[in-house]
Design a protein around this ligand. Sequence first.
Ligand SMILES: Nc1ncnc2c1ncn2[C@@H]1O[C@H](COP(=O)(O)OP(=O)(O)OP(=O)(O)O)[C@@H](O)[C@H]1O
Length: 458
Amino acid sequence: MKSAARILIIDDDADLRESLALYLKIHFSKVSVLGDPRKVHEALNQEEYDLILLDMNFQAGRNDGQEGLYWLKHIKELRPEIMVLLITAYGDIDLAIEALKSGASDFILKPWQNQKLLAALLRAYELKSTKGKLKQFQQQQDKSGNELIQLLENSARSASSIALLQQARRVAETDAQVLIRGENGTGKSQLARYLHLNSLRKDAPLVSVDLGAIPENLFEAELFGVKKGAFTDAREDRSGLVQQAEGGSLFLDEIGNCSLLHQQKLLRLIQDQSYQIVGSPELRHCNVRIIAASNSDLELAVKEGLFRQDLYYRINTIELKIEALRNRQEDLEVLIDYYLDYHNRKYGRQLELETDQRAQLLAYTWPGNIRELSHSLERAVILKDGHFEQSLGSGASSMPGNEASDLLSLNLEELEAQHIHQVLNHYQGNISKTAQHLGVNRNTLYRKLDKYQIQHEV
Ligand SMILES: Nc1ncnc2c1ncn2[C@@H]1O[C@H](COP(=O)(O)OP(=O)(O)OP(=O)(O)O)[C@@H](O)[C@H]1O
């Protein structure tokens, strides 16, 4: 399959241009040529390119490479996102260094070797895609970063939440490993973002990975990346999440669901800041801050031999515990107003709560915590109905029994709903373990819980 990279070759030598283009067209979907660099502005206005292969000497008799450097800077001013690879017959180290400092992605010597040239172009394209993704992600994060800080600080009214955020801000400035504990839906991922946004790494990416949702056999590839040729499908080098988090933070959600084998790889990552790309013998160094989260009893898992003690000690240098929502009445009051307003605006409604309806929400135990609260208010706003009797905790009580005769009377969907409910109860509401047991990912499970209105654990 051809790479999607769009390439422009700029060289005054017509034979060379054409032979390069002929070769590259075998591997790339779009290859164009340009003989005169003075027309580059026009060319870039007409078409989009990902990569430019730029000759360094154009005028006859000149071979100092300065023209190439001039056009390189010009292109980078016009389109900083385009990766420029310089190609020259007169290479020396100083020129190569100057080119790289001026923004070139690579420096290729003529006569080139086709395989090496191809590898350099594919590498540059991979880098461009990763940079693009990170930038996009970072912009989204920036937009909502301040909102998140405000939201968390606004809703922290109870003594435990105020103390928690204070502690979080204090540890955020350090690079200490943090373990966030709390029931499902209490806001562990949001607290991880809060930590990152308050840290010195805030301008670098925060990459989150749900360790409960990654299939066992993809764990290493997802986290550490893959070297081209590591397996049949690995046609190009692929970066992993650790590399994408370079300089920033890596949020390892549901760390308690990690197998012992993968715990060992995480230990090396955390302890030595190093990892191995799948298919490569080398150890790679990285600079990432680890934030982990878990809603399971890790101490028990350590006792039972299911969680490595050394990893446990590594990740919980600092432990931040989020209280269940039922123990944070002051926060609950603010969150009811926040989500009522939020969903009213989202759906263009004006639902208001009667005093007894609000009292009912304040008295409920919220086993699914903030996520359940938001879902309940969303449903109420959509239905324009603040009577919560039907919905709060109805999932548990309305489930049919599992006598054989009952099962026969169920249709497929009812059977599915019942099965999900039982598995969920078996794992005491642990979403990741339930999803793993059922062979679906957590998002699918949440959708099904929603569909069958199994609110109890949503
Ligand atoms: N302080 C807060 N104010 C308002 N909404 C919040 C707050 N904290 C979390 N939320 C919302 O609650 C929901 C659950 O939060 P989050 O996903 O962070 O919980 P979690 O503990 O990581 O859940 P899980 O254990 O299922 O991974 C999200 O919709 C989030 O936006």
